[in-house]
Write a protein that binds this ligand. Structure first.
Ligand SMILES: *Cc1c(COP(=O)(O)O)cnc(C)c1O
Length: 363
């Protein structure tokens, strides 16, 4: 039993993509977002599974991420969504990626060497230009190199929010007249939440990240959207000891037994991305039952109160994410989002890819 392991079901990613694709309006394409090592799932295997499920584009945040995909032999269109400094732009071009632009000067430095997606900032307040005239000038500068027009929503995951519709309106007003003149242009705006929330946001392509991994973009329940979580985080019971009243576990004695109990030590900690904020604040599954974390989560280990007469044994598997214990629950406990839970798993945790429990073969 390895000390900690993330098991990633590629069949789930494939099924999630196929399911999302089935909901798209018209013949909108699905671009699978595999930035940050596929939200912690492994970018290359996740990309292959997404393509098998019907994705036809990939998106990443950085030039280096595009290089990694090309290096693995993937030859799909890849959009680098992030800002690029001069050397990063050269690397993105070298990786035959599409790039984002929102100023004519940047388009000049691309000099026809990469397809360009002009970004209007309709309210995200991050990348892109807020000024439709600057966006138009960027479109003109791109000339035949123009491949797409795009934007990004700030509040697609907030159910009753009206700002989403404002952003959608601004994007339509700017982008649709351009596409009337150039029918081949790809318009894209929707992330996972927008894709699930409003077919009017699908345009020619959607950019889905979190949902393809079976995580709920609304942070509640992936099953409500027909999504299957792809990642399970597992470790094992490395040590098991009786704890008399007054005895403690972990740094700072933040768990002190009030009655006789047993404490299991599980060799995974914040060095693996299992956050210290989960101290005395979370459950794990052992033999299918929930037990509470007891004491400080340290860098390499955590401790679990398994009760006075446990049937738990040394060597038993411990599930930290999986089954009834979803990444959404872990996120809620520490005031973050499911994205950060899986993306935060560190390189020390081996990713083991499988398909429905079987070796993945040549996916
Ligand atoms: C990360 C990202 C996405 C994907 O968002 P999800 O919520 O994971 O679907 C789409 N577009 C942009 C610009 C992004 O940065």
């Amino acid at each position: 039993m390895p000390r900690a392991q993330a098991r990633v079901d590629l069949a789930a990613i494939e099924a999630n993509v196929a399911g999302l694709r089935g909901r798209l309006t018209g013949d909108a394409a699905l671009c699978a977002v595999v930035k940050a090592d596929g939200y912690g799932h492994g970018a290359v295997p996740a990309a292959r599974a997404a393509l098998a499920g019907g994705a036809s584009w990939l998106a990443v945040a950085t030039a280096a991420e595009a290089e990694d995909l090309r290096g693995a032999g993937l030859d799909t269109r890849i959009l680098v969504m992030g800002a690029l400094c001069a050397t990063e732009l050269e690397r993105a071009i070298g990786a035959r990626a599409d790039v984002a632009a929102w100023h004519p000067r940047f388009v000049e430095s691309v000099a026809g060497r990469a397809p360009i997606h002009v970004k209007l900032d309709t309210g995200m307040g991050r990348l892109g230009t807020r000024d439709p005239d600057v966006a138009d000038a960027t479109v003109t500068a791109a000339g035949d190199g123009l491949a797409g027009l795009w934007t990004h929503f700030a509040t697609a995951d907030e159910r009753d929010d009206r700002f989403f519709d404002e952003q959608l309106g601004r994007f339509r007003a700017w982008a649709l007249p351009h596409r009337e003149r150039r029918p081949g242009l790809k318009l894209h705006a929707a992330n996972s939440a927008a894709t699930l929330r409003d077919p009017a946001a699908h345009f020619d392509m959607v950019r889905c990240g979190v949902a393809i991994y079976g995580l709920d973009p609304f942070g509640v329940d992936p099953a409500a959207h027909g999504l299957r979580p792809a990642l399970e985080l597992r470790s094992y019971v490395a040590e098991l000891k009786a704890c008399e009243p007054g005895e403690s576990a972990g740094y700072g004695r933040r768990f002190i037994a009030s009655q006789r109990t047993c404490v299991a030590t599980v060799p995974i900690g914040y060095g693996d991305g299992w956050r210290r904020a989960l101290t005395n604040n979370g459950d794990v599954l052992i033999r299918g039952r929930r037990f509470p974390l007891a004491g400080t989560v340290s860098m390499d280990n955590l401790t679990v109160d398994v009760g006075p007469r446990p049937d738990v044994r040394r060597g038993d598997e411990v599930v930290l994410i999986g089954g009834a214990l979803r990444a959404e629950e872990v996120a809620r406990r520490i005031g973050t989002i499911n994205y950060e839970v899986t993306t935060g798993l560190t390189a020390r945790v081996p990713r083991v890819h499988h398909r429905d429990g079987e070796p993945p073969g040549e996916a």
